[in-house]
Design a protein around this ligand. Structure first.
Ligand code: ZN
Length: 104
């Protein structure tokens, strides 16, 4: 998904994130604003708020309501990237041996 790449922003949310999140959900009428690759709008009920451009811009113009499915999909992709990066970092410390099956 474009714009969903490379986020480690979750632990850097602003202190008023809770209030901001509620305002965005209300603004978007609790409807998911994600779109499919072919531009079709998701029709599910939004339960979370997503950054449109994936950066540290937490202004409401960069936030949109998102449904559980799209949120899970996004979190899953980010989690997989984070795990892959952790495996690469770990692997660098074991240059002599082959990668241990337990690390894969
Ligand atoms: Zn959705």
């Amino acid at each position: 998904m474009p714009g969903w790449e490379g986020s480690d922003r979750r632990h850097r949310l602003p202190p008023d994130w809770g209030a901001r999140r509620k305002r965005v959900l209300r603004r978007d009428s609790h409807r998911c604003r994600a779109r499919s690759a072919w531009g079709e709008r998701c029709r599910d009920t939004a339960v979370d708020v997503d950054h449109i451009i994936n950066n540290d811009d937490h202004s409401e113009s960069n936030l949109q309501a998102i449904c559980q499915w799209h949120h899970d999909k996004k979190s899953g992709a980010e989690g997989a990237r984070a795990r892959a990066a952790a495996i690469r970092r770990t692997a660098k410390r074991f240059t002599r041996a082959e990668a241990h099956p337990g690390l894969l």
